[in-house]
Design a protein around this ligand. Structure first.
Ligand code: ZN
Length: 82
């Protein structure tokens, strides 16, 4: 899906913003895993799924790939806490 199409969609349906999120590091955009299958009576959820991929983020806002990359950086901090 072309980036311009996505941007146009977001402009047209600003209510979808609520369900979109972005990785802090790689800036990948996607929808929140908790987005319901159906939002209201429209096709919002279906369209968001068509335009975006599911993007689970961890507690500090990183996608899975970035979280894996930064694990080596963050794990010493986490083990200090334990
Ligand atoms: Zn990322």
């Amino acid at each position: 899906m072309a980036k311009a199409d996505k941007e146009q969609y977001r402009k047209q349906y600003p209510q979808c913003e609520k369900w979109l999120q972005q990785c802090l590091i790689c800036q990948t955009e996607g929808y929140k895993p908790e987005m319901p299958k159906q939002i209201g009576i429209g096709l919002l959820a279906q369209n968001v799924r068509k335009y975006y991929d599911e993007l689970p983020l961890n507690e500090i806002g990183l996608c899975e790939a970035c979280a894996r990359c930064y694990k080596t950086v963050l794990s010493p901090l986490q083990s200090e806490k334990q």
